[in-house]
Every structure is written in C-alpha cells, then in structure tokens.
Write a protein that binds this ligand. Structure first.
Ligand SMILES: [Zn+2]
Length: 461
C-alpha cells in the first residue's frame, strides 16, 4: 500500500505508460486481425494499469493516454476500416470507472477488515471510525490515497445492504418523531415488529417488505452488512464497476454490449459488430470509399448492394432466412433497419422460439451468408440445415442444452425429510410452504405462510 505524501502528478505514474508503449512496440498490428487486436487490448493493455489502480487514483491524463493507445492499436494497420476512433461499443473497459471500482474495494476493506493493520493505521491517523457508518470521510488533510477513498466513499455506502441481526448497529431510516431510533427499538416486548410504532408511517409495500425481515432478537449476533450488488454479498471490483457503469449507461451502450455478449466465436462477434456499424465490405461501402466502380449486386442485379441487401434482402440470402425462420415469427424481420434488425435478433427479441437459441442461429447464419457471398466464385453453397447443425453442435459444446432430472428421494430410516419451497409474484408478494415426510414417504406435517415483499432468494429460504 503506497502512502504517497508528495504531490501526485503525471510523472509519478509515467512508468505504466511506458509499459503500455513497450508492449505495443513488441506487437505487429499488421499481422493481427481486428478480432485479435481487440482481444489483446481487452486482456493485456487494459489490464496493465489495474495493479496500480488498486491502490491509487491514476491521474486523468494517464488514463486518457492509455485509452488513446488502445484505440490507436485497434484501428492501426487496418485498411478495411478507416481509422474511426470510436471507443463506444467496442467492449473495452472504461478505465476511469475501473479505477473507481478498485478504490471502492479499498473503502469496502475499511468496513470489513477494520481490524487489519492497514485499516487501523489509516483510521487512527485520520481519526475515523468506520463503525459509525459516517457518510463522509474527514479528508481535509490526508494522503493522496485517503483523499481518493474519500471521493468514492458515498458510492461504497450506496452499495451497502444490511442483514438485521441484533438491531444495534443499523440506524432505522424513519422520519422525525422516532428519527433516532435504532432498529432494535422497533420491536415489541414479545419480539415481533411493533407495527403500532412505525407501521402507519410507511406505505403498504414497505410494510410488507419489513414483514419479510426477521425481527431483531437480543440473542442474535451483531448486525451484519453485505455488498448489495453481488449475489453472494461479497464485494467484487466487477460488481462495483457495473454499479458505477449503471449510473451512466445509455440504452445505446447496452445494445452494443449485447454484441460482445453474444455466445459464439469471437470472429463472428467482430463481424456482427462491423455489420451493425455498417462497415462490412459490401459493394455500396466499397463504392463509398471510391474502391469499387458500381454498387450493383452481382447476384441479382439489384442497384445497391448495401449491408442489409447482402445479408438479408438479396434473393439467395432471403431464401436461407425463410428456411431458418419457419415456425418463427417473421412480421418485421425483413423490414427493420439494418442496425435494429441485428440488435433485435441478437438480443432474441420478438417471438423467435427459444431466444438464446435464435440469437445463436442468427449470428452463425449471418456469418455463413457473408462467407458464402464472398466465395461466390468458388460456388460454396450454404444451406439452412447446415447452419442449424453448426449451431446445435456449438451449443452442445457449451453445455447450453444440459437438462437435469429432479425427483424426490426418501431419507434414510429413521430420519425425516423436510422439503420447502418459496414463490414470488411479479409484485414481489411472496409465500412459502413445506412438508415433512419419512423414509416411506408418509406425510407427517406441513406448513404454508405469507412472507410479505421480498426477493426470490429470501422466499426460497
Ligand atoms: Zn442481390
């Protein structure tokens, strides 16, 4: 943990920049495909600053410079794609957010490992007690690192959730009259929630949510908090990054991301991305770049062979789609604008049978159609069945189709077995039930109950 006291400037972290540059000089962009360059950037260039980011806030100038290098590398030596310096939609990490997320991990460490040596040193030095759950850190004076943690502190608290145990650590978020109550003050003598004390203050759905929480009891251990953005309750830099990203993502970003999440070969993913950007080498695009002499489709003589025509509307392409689409909804398949058409099908919108499956077929098909067109001279024919077979082979490779059989197995004599289950409606209202059976399967008792408003996980528990 470097505790820097001198002023931090660009020069302090110049080493990272040099490392990135050294890596780039070692690679020959010319001999790598676009897909290869994107993968290298994602896994190597973007990973280089991570180590330093875990303990410091990198100056913006450094981050900007690294991102510049990444973009330049991806687009370098690539005549197919004119040097479009676009970072959006490339599946690259936003390094500034990544840095924040990693610093949040430190902040989280202050809360979780408040007994560790480094946390104690920091907290006693700056007179801060993490147990007070104060909403800001005293950062008027302090090291570069401390100030950096101070900046992201509110975001750490934003992601924090509580497990009610003894009710002595959690400040109850309730208005005026009982503003300074602890949760433990909200229970009656018999240990249940004292609705008379606060129930009337809250909207009905909040009351139901509270009803699903087990009231605090003096016999329990101390209250615990957990990280609300991950399923396990453990803090991870990845979930923090997504939380930060969620604050500024626009729809557009989500759409582009769906391409990089497409489950299939990276080569096809890259092609889908180029197609959505309208940058594949169809004749209209070549003509636009003054490479071709006309835009006429060599298959059917259509006046302009653009992305949509090549991949979808040309007679041969259309025939393949019609075969693939049998039994699927086809209403707007041939009418959507190119980009919307690609996104809609990749995200499995519309009623194309199993979405996951269709998304896969669509991607493979669009790629096969394109390859077939480019090999027209050698007359390679792609047939719909082949595409479907490729997809099926591919999916079973990935284990997408693994089905498991469940059945009830009796317990060993003389044990009893309790099976329970919970269910939750769209509104959040949940209930649970269970039954007890013995080794012969005989019914010994059961229960069912309303829980209130809670998550599926709680209902199942
Ligand atoms: Zn055509």
């Amino acid at each position: 943990m470097p505790l820097l006291h001198s002023r931090v400037s660009k020069a302090t972290y110049h080493g990272i920049l040099e490392k990135v540059e050294r890596k780039l000089n070692g690679w020959s962009a010319k001999f790598l495909s676009l897909a290869g360059r994107i993968t290298l950037t994602q896994s190597v260039l973007q990973a280089l600053p991570i180590y330093s980011m875990q303990t410091t806030r990198l100056p913006t100038a450094i981050i900007t410079k690294i991102e510049q290098h990444c973009r330049r590398f991806i687009w370098s030596g690539n005549s197919e794609v004119k040097k479009l310096h676009l970072i959006n939609g490339l599946g690259l990490k936003n390094l500034t957010l990544m840095n924040e997320a990693l610093l949040m991990k430190l902040g989280w460490g202050l809360l979780v490992n408040s007994n560790s040596y480094w946390a104690q040193v920091l907290c006693s030095k700056y007179g801060f007690d993490p147990n007070t759950m104060s909403t800001s850190l005293p950062t008027k004076y302090g090291s570069y690192l401390w100030k950096a943690i101070g900046r992201i502190w509110p975001k750490v608290l934003q992601g924090l959730r509580w497990n009610v145990r003894d009710g002595k650590r959690i400040l109850a978020p309730i208005p005026e009259a009982i503003l300074h109550d602890w949760v433990v003050d909200a229970i009656s003598v018999d240990g249940s929630w004292n609705w008379g004390r606060f129930g009337f203050l809250l909207p009905h759905n909040v009351v139901l949510m509270i009803a699903a929480i087990k009231p605090p009891s003096p016999d329990s251990e101390a209250d615990q908090f957990y990280w609300g953005s991950s399923n396990s309750g453990m803090f991870t830099a990845r979930t923090a990054y997504n939380l930060l990203l969620g604050n500024l993502v626009q729809d557009e970003e989500v759409r582009w991301k769906s391409i990089w999440k497409w489950r299939g070969p990276h080569r096809i993913r890259t092609f889908l991305w180029l197609a959505a950007k309208d940058r594949i080498k169809c004749k209209a695009e070549l003509y636009r770049r003054h490479i071709g002499v006309d835009m006429i489709c060599m298959r059917c003589g259509y006046a302009a062979e653009d992305t949509a025509h090549a991949l979808r509307d040309c007679a041969t392409s259309r025939r393949i789609w019609n075969m693939l689409l049998t039994g699927h909804e086809t209403a707007d398949f041939f009418t959507l604008p190119t980009r919307d058409w690609i996104f809609a099908n990749i995200q499995g919108m519309g009623n194309h049978g199993s979405n996951q499956e269709w998304s896969c077929i669509f991607g493979v098909a669009i790629w096969c159609i394109w390859v077939a067109r480019n090999h027209m001279v050698r007359d390679i024919r792609v047939r719909a069945e082949e595409i479907i077979r490729t997809c099926e082979a591919f999916q079973s490779d990935r284990g997408l189709r693994v089905q498991k059989m469940f059945g009830w197995l009796p317990p060993r004599w003389p044990y009893y077995k309790l099976n329970s289950d919970g269910a939750r409606k769209g509104s959040g209202l949940a209930s649970a039930g269970g039954l007890i059976r013995d080794a012969t399967g005989r019914w010994h008792g059961g229960f069912c109950m309303n829980i209130g408003i809670c998550s599926v996980t709680i209902a199942e528990l």
